[in-house]
Design a protein around this ligand. Structure first.
Ligand SMILES: N[C@@H](CCC(=O)N[C@@H](CS)C(=O)NCC(=O)O)C(=O)O
Length: 210
């Protein structure tokens, strides 16, 4: 039995992606907190685990693995019986495509700008940078509409089977849906709205993203 440690900040979307998968495969793991807001993720000790100072990092019996796509695909292969990937090559490619769109085009405007400015900055006593929020709406909308065009939408992003792509998008929706910009960004994404109504009720989502 592998000893699994997830190093990361519990509110991080990428940490939540890994934890959603771990919960869905009922794996035993320990979450060890690394704070990305107080400099801990830039400490020499953490940089020795992850030279980019990002969370999460997974430790498997002492071996370190970082980058969420690598972590989730490793866990799905070793503990999940590949239940959250596809044997059909096109569905697998669609899953990877959605993960890449989120990494490359959606995370930065949706979380890095809108969620940070609307939810995190005010919670820490700061003032929202409205220009940053405004500039992030169009790129976030483009990325979400691209995902919409690839999605089956019911009940999961790519049809009847949940996949790693669902665990990528869910934690972002948890936060983005709490911002006023969500209505504009998701205005043309009816499949994703239906998807969100269903997946937001999953016990794993309530546990990890509460
Ligand atoms: N490419 C990384 C991205 C991880 C990432 O951006 N994590 C964010 C938290 S959701 C982080 O560590 N932010 C801290 C920082 O940028 O200093 C992955 O796939 O794991």
């Amino acid at each position: 039995m592998s000893k699994l440690i997830v190093w990361g900040t519990p509110i991080s979307t990428y940490v939540r992606t890994v934890r959603l998968l771990l919960e869905e495969i009922a794996a035993d793991y320990t979450l060890k907190s690394i704070d990305i807001f107080n400099g801990e993720s830039q400490s020499a000790e953490y940089l020795a685990k992850n030279p980019f100072g990002k969370v999460p990092t997974l430790e498997i019996n002492g071996e370190l693995l970082y980058e969420t796509a690598a972590i989730t695909e490793y866990l799905d292969a070793t503990l999940g019986d590949r239940k959250f990937s596809f044997s059909d090559p096109m569905l697998q490619a669609r899953m990877r495509q959605i993960m890449a769109i989120i990494d490359s085009y959606f995370y930065a405007p949706a979380i890095g700008s809108i969620v940070i400015q609307r939810l995190i900055v005010p919670s820490q006593g700061g003032k929202t940078d409205e220009a940053k929020v405004k500039n992030a709406i169009a790129p976030a909308k483009t990325a979400l509409e691209a995902i919409e065009s690839l999605a089956a939408g019911s009940p999961y992003l790519l049809g009847s089977q949940a996949s790693i792509a669902d665990f990528y998008l869910i934690p972002i929706f948890v936060y983005l849906s709490q911002t006023p910009e969500f209505e504009v960004i998701a205005a043309q994404t009816p499949k994703l709205r239906t998807w969100w109504d269903k997946v937001s009720q999953l016990p794993s989502v309530k546990k990890v993203c509460a």
